[in-house]
Design a protein around this ligand. Structure first.
Ligand SMILES: Cc1cc2nc3c(=O)[nH]c(=O)nc-3n(C[C@H](O)[C@H](O)[C@H](O)COP(=O)(O)OP(=O)(O)OC[C@H]3O[C@@H](n4cnc5c(N)ncnc54)[C@H](O)[C@@H]3O)c2cc1C
Length: 434
Protein backbone atom coordinates (compact mmCIF):
# COMPACT_ATOMS: atom_id res chain seq x y z
CA UNK A 1 0.00 0.00 0.00
CA UNK A 2 1.55 3.34 -1.06
CA UNK A 3 0.17 6.59 0.29
CA UNK A 4 3.12 8.92 0.25
CA UNK A 5 2.99 12.71 0.54
CA UNK A 6 6.75 13.27 0.43
CA UNK A 7 8.89 14.76 -2.34
CA UNK A 8 12.01 12.80 -3.32
CA UNK A 9 15.18 14.30 -1.91
CA UNK A 10 16.82 15.00 -5.27
CA UNK A 11 13.82 16.94 -6.56
CA UNK A 12 13.41 18.73 -3.24
CA UNK A 13 16.92 20.11 -3.84
CA UNK A 14 15.81 21.49 -7.20
CA UNK A 15 12.71 22.99 -5.60
CA UNK A 16 14.83 24.63 -2.90
CA UNK A 17 17.04 26.15 -5.60
CA UNK A 18 13.96 27.42 -7.47
CA UNK A 19 12.50 28.98 -4.30
CA UNK A 20 15.69 30.87 -3.57
CA UNK A 21 16.28 31.86 -7.19
CA UNK A 22 12.74 33.19 -7.68
CA UNK A 23 12.82 35.11 -4.40
CA UNK A 24 16.29 36.61 -4.87
CA UNK A 25 16.50 37.11 -8.64
CA UNK A 26 12.93 37.39 -9.94
CA UNK A 27 10.95 39.20 -7.20
CA UNK A 28 13.10 42.36 -7.51
CA UNK A 29 12.22 42.71 -11.22
CA UNK A 30 8.53 43.18 -10.31
CA UNK A 31 9.20 46.59 -8.82
CA UNK A 32 10.87 48.08 -11.93
CA UNK A 33 8.70 49.95 -14.44
CA UNK A 34 10.33 48.70 -17.62
CA UNK A 35 9.19 48.15 -21.20
CA UNK A 36 8.63 44.52 -22.12
CA UNK A 37 11.77 44.36 -24.28
CA UNK A 38 13.85 45.81 -21.44
CA UNK A 39 12.50 43.15 -19.11
CA UNK A 40 13.36 40.45 -21.65
CA UNK A 41 16.95 41.77 -21.78
CA UNK A 42 17.09 41.81 -17.98
CA UNK A 43 15.91 38.23 -17.60
CA UNK A 44 18.03 36.72 -20.38
CA UNK A 45 20.94 35.82 -18.04
CA UNK A 46 18.42 34.34 -15.60
CA UNK A 47 17.01 32.18 -18.38
CA UNK A 48 20.53 30.93 -19.08
CA UNK A 49 20.89 29.89 -15.43
CA UNK A 50 17.58 28.02 -15.63
CA UNK A 51 18.73 26.24 -18.81
CA UNK A 52 22.06 25.32 -17.20
CA UNK A 53 20.13 23.84 -14.28
CA UNK A 54 18.06 21.70 -16.71
CA UNK A 55 14.77 23.33 -15.76
CA UNK A 56 13.92 25.17 -18.98
CA UNK A 57 10.52 24.37 -20.61
CA UNK A 58 10.20 21.44 -18.24
CA UNK A 59 6.58 20.78 -19.24
CA UNK A 60 7.52 19.13 -22.53
CA UNK A 61 8.72 15.54 -23.01
CA UNK A 62 12.52 15.06 -23.19
CA UNK A 63 12.52 14.45 -26.95
CA UNK A 64 11.13 17.97 -27.37
CA UNK A 65 13.61 19.61 -25.04
CA UNK A 66 11.62 19.28 -21.80
CA UNK A 67 12.23 17.24 -18.67
CA UNK A 68 9.44 14.64 -18.79
CA UNK A 69 8.73 15.45 -15.16
CA UNK A 70 5.11 14.31 -14.93
CA UNK A 71 2.35 16.48 -13.48
CA UNK A 72 3.14 16.17 -9.75
CA UNK A 73 6.69 17.48 -10.16
CA UNK A 74 5.53 20.14 -12.60
CA UNK A 75 2.81 21.15 -10.15
CA UNK A 76 5.33 21.62 -7.34
CA UNK A 77 7.47 23.70 -9.68
CA UNK A 78 4.52 25.87 -10.76
CA UNK A 79 3.66 26.56 -7.14
CA UNK A 80 7.01 28.35 -6.88
CA UNK A 81 6.84 30.05 -10.28
CA UNK A 82 3.29 31.27 -9.64
CA UNK A 83 4.57 33.61 -6.96
CA UNK A 84 5.77 36.09 -9.56
CA UNK A 85 4.34 37.02 -12.95
CA UNK A 86 7.89 36.99 -14.40
CA UNK A 87 9.00 33.60 -13.11
CA UNK A 88 7.22 31.52 -15.79
CA UNK A 89 8.95 33.59 -18.51
CA UNK A 90 12.31 33.03 -16.81
CA UNK A 91 11.63 29.27 -16.77
CA UNK A 92 10.34 29.06 -20.38
CA UNK A 93 6.84 27.96 -19.49
CA UNK A 94 4.69 31.09 -19.56
CA UNK A 95 1.13 30.96 -20.88
CA UNK A 96 0.05 30.85 -23.62
CA UNK A 97 3.39 29.86 -25.20
CA UNK A 98 3.74 26.73 -23.05
CA UNK A 99 0.23 25.50 -23.86
CA UNK A 100 0.69 26.33 -27.54
CA UNK A 101 3.95 24.37 -27.60
CA UNK A 102 2.04 21.43 -26.14
CA UNK A 103 -0.59 21.78 -28.87
CA UNK A 104 2.06 21.80 -31.59
CA UNK A 105 3.74 18.78 -29.99
CA UNK A 106 0.39 16.96 -29.78
CA UNK A 107 -0.27 17.81 -33.45
CA UNK A 108 3.16 16.44 -34.38
CA UNK A 109 2.49 13.24 -32.49
CA UNK A 110 -0.92 12.86 -34.17
CA UNK A 111 0.35 13.28 -37.74
CA UNK A 112 4.05 12.42 -37.53
CA UNK A 113 4.83 15.75 -39.21
CA UNK A 114 8.40 16.64 -38.22
CA UNK A 115 8.39 19.99 -40.07
CA UNK A 116 6.29 21.51 -37.24
CA UNK A 117 9.27 21.19 -34.89
CA UNK A 118 11.60 23.36 -37.00
CA UNK A 119 9.01 25.88 -38.15
CA UNK A 120 7.21 26.74 -34.94
CA UNK A 121 7.92 24.49 -31.98
CA UNK A 122 11.69 25.02 -31.69
CA UNK A 123 11.48 28.83 -32.07
CA UNK A 124 8.65 28.92 -29.50
CA UNK A 125 10.67 26.84 -27.06
CA UNK A 126 13.79 28.92 -27.50
CA UNK A 127 11.76 32.08 -26.95
CA UNK A 128 12.66 33.55 -30.34
CA UNK A 129 8.97 33.81 -31.31
CA UNK A 130 5.85 34.49 -29.23
CA UNK A 131 2.35 33.13 -29.66
CA UNK A 132 -1.32 33.63 -28.83
CA UNK A 133 -4.28 31.27 -28.59
CA UNK A 134 -7.37 32.51 -30.42
CA UNK A 135 -10.49 30.63 -29.44
CA UNK A 136 -12.91 32.94 -27.61
CA UNK A 137 -15.26 35.09 -29.71
CA UNK A 138 -16.96 38.28 -28.58
CA UNK A 139 -20.35 37.24 -29.99
CA UNK A 140 -20.58 33.63 -28.88
CA UNK A 141 -20.37 32.16 -25.37
CA UNK A 142 -16.78 31.10 -24.74
CA UNK A 143 -18.01 28.84 -21.95
CA UNK A 144 -19.58 26.62 -24.62
CA UNK A 145 -17.04 26.28 -27.45
CA UNK A 146 -19.51 24.12 -29.37
CA UNK A 147 -21.04 27.45 -30.40
CA UNK A 148 -17.89 28.64 -32.22
CA UNK A 149 -18.68 30.65 -35.37
CA UNK A 150 -15.23 31.24 -36.88
CA UNK A 151 -15.06 29.22 -40.10
CA UNK A 152 -12.18 27.76 -42.06
CA UNK A 153 -12.95 26.57 -45.58
CA UNK A 154 -10.58 24.56 -47.76
CA UNK A 155 -9.79 26.22 -51.09
CA UNK A 156 -7.28 24.19 -53.12
CA UNK A 157 -4.07 24.00 -51.08
CA UNK A 158 -5.17 26.68 -48.67
CA UNK A 159 -7.56 27.23 -45.79
CA UNK A 160 -9.55 30.47 -45.74
CA UNK A 161 -10.44 31.68 -42.25
CA UNK A 162 -13.20 34.14 -41.37
CA UNK A 163 -14.31 35.21 -37.92
CA UNK A 164 -13.82 37.47 -34.95
CA UNK A 165 -11.91 36.59 -31.78
CA UNK A 166 -11.12 38.42 -28.59
CA UNK A 167 -9.18 37.92 -25.38
CA UNK A 168 -6.31 36.44 -27.38
CA UNK A 169 -3.72 36.93 -24.63
CA UNK A 170 -0.45 38.27 -26.08
CA UNK A 171 -2.12 38.54 -29.52
CA UNK A 172 -0.69 42.00 -30.12
CA UNK A 173 2.89 40.94 -29.35
CA UNK A 174 2.69 37.49 -30.95
CA UNK A 175 4.38 36.21 -34.10
CA UNK A 176 1.95 33.34 -34.57
CA UNK A 177 -1.59 32.65 -33.40
CA UNK A 178 -3.18 29.27 -32.92
CA UNK A 179 -6.74 29.68 -34.12
CA UNK A 180 -9.66 27.35 -33.49
CA UNK A 181 -12.22 27.31 -36.33
CA UNK A 182 -15.14 25.20 -37.54
CA UNK A 183 -14.03 23.16 -40.56
CA UNK A 184 -17.12 20.97 -40.90
CA UNK A 185 -20.42 22.49 -39.70
CA UNK A 186 -22.35 19.34 -40.68
CA UNK A 187 -20.98 17.15 -37.90
CA UNK A 188 -20.93 17.60 -34.12
CA UNK A 189 -18.57 20.48 -33.21
CA UNK A 190 -16.39 18.02 -31.27
CA UNK A 191 -15.52 16.41 -34.61
CA UNK A 192 -15.94 19.46 -36.84
CA UNK A 193 -13.41 21.97 -35.47
CA UNK A 194 -9.71 22.32 -36.20
CA UNK A 195 -6.70 24.36 -35.15
CA UNK A 196 -4.42 26.36 -37.41
CA UNK A 197 -1.17 28.25 -37.10
CA UNK A 198 -1.69 31.76 -38.46
CA UNK A 199 1.32 34.09 -38.68
CA UNK A 200 0.16 37.54 -37.54
CA UNK A 201 1.39 39.23 -40.72
CA UNK A 202 -0.97 37.16 -42.90
CA UNK A 203 -3.12 39.48 -45.08
CA UNK A 204 -6.70 39.77 -43.79
CA UNK A 205 -5.68 39.49 -40.14
CA UNK A 206 -6.33 42.74 -38.25
CA UNK A 207 -5.59 43.28 -34.60
CA UNK A 208 -8.35 45.75 -33.75
CA UNK A 209 -7.21 46.62 -30.23
CA UNK A 210 -5.99 45.37 -26.90
CA UNK A 211 -9.03 45.09 -24.64
CA UNK A 212 -8.82 47.09 -21.42
CA UNK A 213 -9.38 44.61 -18.60
CA UNK A 214 -9.15 44.37 -14.82
CA UNK A 215 -5.53 43.24 -15.06
CA UNK A 216 -4.68 46.14 -17.43
CA UNK A 217 -7.38 48.82 -16.99
CA UNK A 218 -5.24 51.55 -18.60
CA UNK A 219 -4.20 49.32 -21.43
CA UNK A 220 -1.32 50.41 -23.67
CA UNK A 221 -1.43 48.66 -27.02
CA UNK A 222 1.24 46.02 -27.67
CA UNK A 223 2.26 45.09 -24.14
CA UNK A 224 2.99 41.55 -22.98
CA UNK A 225 -0.03 40.12 -21.13
CA UNK A 226 -2.64 42.20 -22.97
CA UNK A 227 -5.71 40.58 -24.50
CA UNK A 228 -6.24 41.34 -28.19
CA UNK A 229 -9.41 41.61 -30.26
CA UNK A 230 -8.70 40.21 -33.72
CA UNK A 231 -10.57 40.12 -37.01
CA UNK A 232 -9.93 37.30 -39.49
CA UNK A 233 -11.19 38.31 -42.96
CA UNK A 234 -10.43 35.85 -45.75
CA UNK A 235 -7.19 34.96 -44.03
CA UNK A 236 -5.45 32.38 -46.24
CA UNK A 237 -2.97 29.89 -44.81
CA UNK A 238 -1.34 26.95 -46.62
CA UNK A 239 -2.90 23.54 -45.92
CA UNK A 240 0.12 22.51 -43.85
CA UNK A 241 -0.74 25.18 -41.25
CA UNK A 242 -3.43 22.83 -39.95
CA UNK A 243 -2.31 21.37 -36.60
CA UNK A 244 -3.06 17.68 -36.24
CA UNK A 245 -5.81 16.05 -38.28
CA UNK A 246 -8.77 17.94 -39.70
CA UNK A 247 -11.54 17.90 -37.07
CA UNK A 248 -9.17 17.31 -34.15
CA UNK A 249 -9.47 20.78 -32.56
CA UNK A 250 -11.35 19.68 -29.46
CA UNK A 251 -9.19 16.59 -29.02
CA UNK A 252 -6.06 18.75 -29.11
CA UNK A 253 -7.63 21.28 -26.73
CA UNK A 254 -8.35 18.49 -24.24
CA UNK A 255 -4.72 17.30 -24.18
CA UNK A 256 -3.65 20.82 -23.30
CA UNK A 257 -6.37 21.83 -20.86
CA UNK A 258 -5.97 19.14 -18.18
CA UNK A 259 -2.30 19.78 -17.36
CA UNK A 260 -2.80 23.52 -17.96
CA UNK A 261 -5.47 23.69 -15.24
CA UNK A 262 -3.23 21.88 -12.76
CA UNK A 263 -0.44 24.35 -13.47
CA UNK A 264 -2.86 27.27 -13.06
CA UNK A 265 -4.04 25.96 -9.70
CA UNK A 266 -0.51 25.45 -8.41
CA UNK A 267 0.49 28.94 -9.58
CA UNK A 268 -2.56 30.32 -7.73
CA UNK A 269 -1.29 28.60 -4.59
CA UNK A 270 2.02 30.40 -5.06
CA UNK A 271 0.12 33.68 -5.26
CA UNK A 272 -2.06 32.75 -2.28
CA UNK A 273 1.03 31.94 -0.21
CA UNK A 274 2.52 35.33 -1.01
CA UNK A 275 -0.67 37.10 0.07
CA UNK A 276 -0.76 34.90 3.18
CA UNK A 277 2.83 35.82 4.06
CA UNK A 278 1.99 39.52 3.70
CA UNK A 279 -1.13 39.09 5.86
CA UNK A 280 0.74 37.35 8.70
CA UNK A 281 3.55 39.91 8.67
CA UNK A 282 1.08 42.79 8.90
CA UNK A 283 -0.97 41.08 11.61
CA UNK A 284 2.16 40.93 13.74
CA UNK A 285 3.11 44.55 13.01
CA UNK A 286 -0.10 46.63 13.25
CA UNK A 287 -1.37 47.77 16.65
CA UNK A 288 -4.91 49.06 17.11
CA UNK A 289 -7.63 49.09 19.79
CA UNK A 290 -5.32 47.85 22.51
CA UNK A 291 -3.62 44.92 20.74
CA UNK A 292 -1.86 43.70 17.64
CA UNK A 293 -4.10 42.57 14.77
CA UNK A 294 -2.57 39.12 15.30
CA UNK A 295 -4.24 38.98 18.71
CA UNK A 296 -7.74 39.67 17.40
CA UNK A 297 -9.85 36.60 16.88
CA UNK A 298 -11.26 37.72 13.55
CA UNK A 299 -7.76 38.10 12.12
CA UNK A 300 -6.75 34.76 13.63
CA UNK A 301 -9.77 33.24 11.91
CA UNK A 302 -8.66 34.72 8.57
CA UNK A 303 -5.19 33.27 9.05
CA UNK A 304 -6.44 29.85 10.15
CA UNK A 305 -9.10 29.63 7.43
CA UNK A 306 -6.63 30.73 4.75
CA UNK A 307 -4.08 28.18 5.89
CA UNK A 308 -6.66 25.38 5.89
CA UNK A 309 -8.11 26.37 2.50
CA UNK A 310 -4.66 26.58 0.90
CA UNK A 311 -3.74 23.21 2.36
CA UNK A 312 -6.95 21.64 1.04
CA UNK A 313 -6.46 23.19 -2.42
CA UNK A 314 -2.84 22.01 -2.49
CA UNK A 315 -3.72 18.41 -1.60
CA UNK A 316 -6.61 18.39 -4.07
CA UNK A 317 -4.41 19.75 -6.84
CA UNK A 318 -1.48 17.42 -6.22
CA UNK A 319 -3.93 14.52 -6.08
CA UNK A 320 -5.42 15.60 -9.42
CA UNK A 321 -1.87 15.82 -10.84
CA UNK A 322 -1.06 12.35 -9.51
CA UNK A 323 -4.26 10.93 -10.95
CA UNK A 324 -3.61 12.56 -14.32
CA UNK A 325 -0.17 10.92 -14.39
CA UNK A 326 -1.71 7.54 -13.46
CA UNK A 327 -4.85 7.35 -15.60
CA UNK A 328 -4.82 10.35 -17.99
CA UNK A 329 -6.86 13.52 -18.38
CA UNK A 330 -10.20 12.02 -19.29
CA UNK A 331 -10.45 9.80 -16.18
CA UNK A 332 -9.31 12.74 -14.00
CA UNK A 333 -11.96 15.15 -15.28
CA UNK A 334 -13.81 15.55 -11.99
CA UNK A 335 -10.66 16.10 -9.95
CA UNK A 336 -9.42 18.70 -12.43
CA UNK A 337 -12.80 20.46 -12.54
CA UNK A 338 -12.98 20.56 -8.71
CA UNK A 339 -9.58 22.18 -8.30
CA UNK A 340 -10.35 24.74 -10.99
CA UNK A 341 -13.24 26.33 -9.08
CA UNK A 342 -12.06 25.48 -5.57
CA UNK A 343 -8.54 26.82 -6.22
CA UNK A 344 -9.84 30.01 -7.85
CA UNK A 345 -12.04 30.63 -4.79
CA UNK A 346 -9.16 30.09 -2.37
CA UNK A 347 -6.95 32.47 -4.33
CA UNK A 348 -9.62 35.16 -4.20
CA UNK A 349 -10.38 34.67 -0.50
CA UNK A 350 -6.79 34.73 0.72
CA UNK A 351 -5.89 37.89 -1.23
CA UNK A 352 -9.14 39.53 -0.10
CA UNK A 353 -8.37 38.82 3.58
CA UNK A 354 -4.80 40.08 3.15
CA UNK A 355 -6.12 43.35 1.69
CA UNK A 356 -8.52 43.71 4.61
CA UNK A 357 -5.69 43.14 7.08
CA UNK A 358 -3.69 45.97 5.48
CA UNK A 359 -6.65 48.37 5.29
CA UNK A 360 -5.91 51.42 3.14
CA UNK A 361 -2.34 50.27 2.47
CA UNK A 362 -3.68 46.99 1.09
CA UNK A 363 -6.03 48.85 -1.24
CA UNK A 364 -3.21 51.09 -2.45
CA UNK A 365 -0.73 50.33 -5.20
CA UNK A 366 2.10 50.67 -2.66
CA UNK A 367 1.42 46.97 -2.03
CA UNK A 368 1.14 44.29 -4.74
CA UNK A 369 -2.12 43.00 -3.26
CA UNK A 370 -4.46 45.20 -5.28
CA UNK A 371 -3.01 44.07 -8.63
CA UNK A 372 -2.92 40.45 -7.41
CA UNK A 373 -6.62 40.80 -6.53
CA UNK A 374 -7.53 42.16 -9.96
CA UNK A 375 -5.61 39.40 -11.73
CA UNK A 376 -7.11 36.76 -9.42
CA UNK A 377 -10.66 37.69 -10.41
CA UNK A 378 -10.05 36.31 -13.89
CA UNK A 379 -9.27 32.86 -12.50
CA UNK A 380 -12.98 32.28 -12.00
CA UNK A 381 -13.62 32.94 -15.70
CA UNK A 382 -10.77 31.75 -17.95
CA UNK A 383 -10.24 28.08 -18.77
CA UNK A 384 -13.93 27.55 -18.11
CA UNK A 385 -16.02 29.60 -15.66
CA UNK A 386 -16.65 28.19 -12.17
CA UNK A 387 -20.25 27.33 -13.01
CA UNK A 388 -19.29 25.07 -15.93
CA UNK A 389 -16.81 23.08 -13.82
CA UNK A 390 -19.33 22.80 -10.99
CA UNK A 391 -21.87 21.55 -13.50
CA UNK A 392 -19.43 18.86 -14.71
CA UNK A 393 -18.76 17.67 -11.16
CA UNK A 394 -22.42 17.69 -10.16
CA UNK A 395 -23.51 15.90 -13.35
CA UNK A 396 -21.00 13.09 -12.79
CA UNK A 397 -21.83 12.86 -9.09
CA UNK A 398 -25.54 12.56 -9.90
CA UNK A 399 -24.87 9.61 -12.24
CA UNK A 400 -24.33 7.39 -9.19
CA UNK A 401 -27.85 8.06 -7.92
CA UNK A 402 -31.39 7.45 -9.10
CA UNK A 403 -34.74 9.08 -8.41
CA UNK A 404 -36.96 7.47 -5.73
CA UNK A 405 -40.59 8.10 -4.82
CA UNK A 406 -39.72 7.36 -1.20
CA UNK A 407 -36.28 8.51 -0.03
CA UNK A 408 -33.89 5.60 0.64
CA UNK A 409 -33.31 6.95 4.14
CA UNK A 410 -37.00 7.55 4.95
CA UNK A 411 -37.05 6.39 8.58
CA UNK A 412 -40.62 4.98 8.80
CA UNK A 413 -40.00 2.94 5.64
CA UNK A 414 -36.65 1.68 6.93
CA UNK A 415 -38.20 0.87 10.30
CA UNK A 416 -40.90 -1.22 8.64
CA UNK A 417 -38.24 -3.07 6.64
CA UNK A 418 -36.13 -3.60 9.75
CA UNK A 419 -39.12 -5.01 11.62
CA UNK A 420 -39.60 -7.58 8.85
CA UNK A 421 -35.86 -8.37 8.68
CA UNK A 422 -35.55 -8.97 12.41
CA UNK A 423 -39.11 -10.30 12.95
CA UNK A 424 -38.01 -13.55 14.65
CA UNK A 425 -35.56 -11.87 17.00
CA UNK A 426 -37.93 -9.04 17.81
CA UNK A 427 -40.68 -11.57 18.56
CA UNK A 428 -38.31 -13.45 20.88
CA UNK A 429 -37.15 -10.25 22.64
CA UNK A 430 -40.75 -9.15 23.06
CA UNK A 431 -41.65 -12.53 24.62
CA UNK A 432 -38.60 -12.36 26.96
CA UNK A 433 -39.73 -8.94 28.18
CA UNK A 434 -43.00 -10.43 29.26
C1 LIG B 1 -7.67 37.15 -18.30
C2 LIG B 1 -8.28 36.33 -19.38
C3 LIG B 1 -7.45 35.77 -20.35
C4 LIG B 1 -8.02 35.03 -21.38
N1 LIG B 1 -7.18 34.52 -22.38
C5 LIG B 1 -7.72 33.88 -23.43
C6 LIG B 1 -6.90 33.45 -24.53
O1 LIG B 1 -5.67 33.62 -24.52
N2 LIG B 1 -7.50 32.85 -25.58
C7 LIG B 1 -8.83 32.65 -25.64
O2 LIG B 1 -9.30 32.09 -26.63
N3 LIG B 1 -9.65 33.06 -24.61
C8 LIG B 1 -9.12 33.67 -23.53
N4 LIG B 1 -9.94 34.13 -22.51
C9 LIG B 1 -11.38 33.97 -22.64
C10 LIG B 1 -11.96 32.89 -21.73
O3 LIG B 1 -11.57 31.63 -22.17
C11 LIG B 1 -13.48 33.09 -21.73
O4 LIG B 1 -13.74 34.31 -21.08
C12 LIG B 1 -14.21 31.96 -21.02
O5 LIG B 1 -14.17 30.79 -21.79
C13 LIG B 1 -15.70 32.33 -20.78
O6 LIG B 1 -16.31 32.70 -21.98
P1 LIG B 1 -17.10 34.09 -22.08
O7 LIG B 1 -16.23 35.17 -21.55
O8 LIG B 1 -17.60 34.23 -23.47
O9 LIG B 1 -18.29 33.97 -21.08
P2 LIG B 1 -19.76 33.36 -21.37
O10 LIG B 1 -19.63 32.06 -22.09
O11 LIG B 1 -20.59 34.41 -22.01
O12 LIG B 1 -20.26 33.07 -19.91
C14 LIG B 1 -20.65 34.16 -19.05
C15 LIG B 1 -21.04 33.61 -17.70
O13 LIG B 1 -22.14 32.75 -17.84
C16 LIG B 1 -22.15 31.82 -16.79
N5 LIG B 1 -22.29 30.46 -17.32
C17 LIG B 1 -21.76 29.95 -18.44
N6 LIG B 1 -22.09 28.66 -18.58
C18 LIG B 1 -22.87 28.34 -17.53
C19 LIG B 1 -23.52 27.17 -17.09
N7 LIG B 1 -23.44 26.03 -17.79
N8 LIG B 1 -24.23 27.21 -15.93
C20 LIG B 1 -24.32 28.35 -15.20
N9 LIG B 1 -23.72 29.50 -15.57
C21 LIG B 1 -23.01 29.50 -16.71
C22 LIG B 1 -20.82 31.96 -16.04
O14 LIG B 1 -21.02 32.69 -14.84
C23 LIG B 1 -19.99 32.77 -17.00
O15 LIG B 1 -18.98 33.54 -16.35
C24 LIG B 1 -9.40 34.83 -21.46
C25 LIG B 1 -10.23 35.41 -20.46
C26 LIG B 1 -9.68 36.13 -19.43
C27 LIG B 1 -10.59 36.73 -18.42
Amino acid sequence: MAWDFSTDAQYEEQLAWMREFVRDEVFPIETLSLEHDQILALIKPLQEQVKARGLWAAHLPPELGGMGFGQVKLGLMHEILGQSMYAPVVFGNNAPDSGNAELLAAGMEMTGREDIRERWLAPLLSGSIRSGFSMTEPNTAGSDPRLLKTRAVKDGDEWVINGGKWYTTNGSVADILIVMAVTNPDVHPYQGSSMFVVPVDTPGLTILRDVGAMDHPDVVYGQFGNHAEILYEDVRVPADHLIGDEGSGFLLAQTRLGPGRIHHCMRWLGQSQRAFDMMCERALSRFTHGSLLAEKQTVQNWIADSQAEMHAARLMTLHAAWKLDQVGASASRDEIAMIKYYGAGVLHNVIDRAIQTYGSLGYSSDMPLESMYRAARAARIYDGPDEVHRQTVARHALKSYEARDVPTDHIPTRAAAARIKFADVLEFLEAEKV
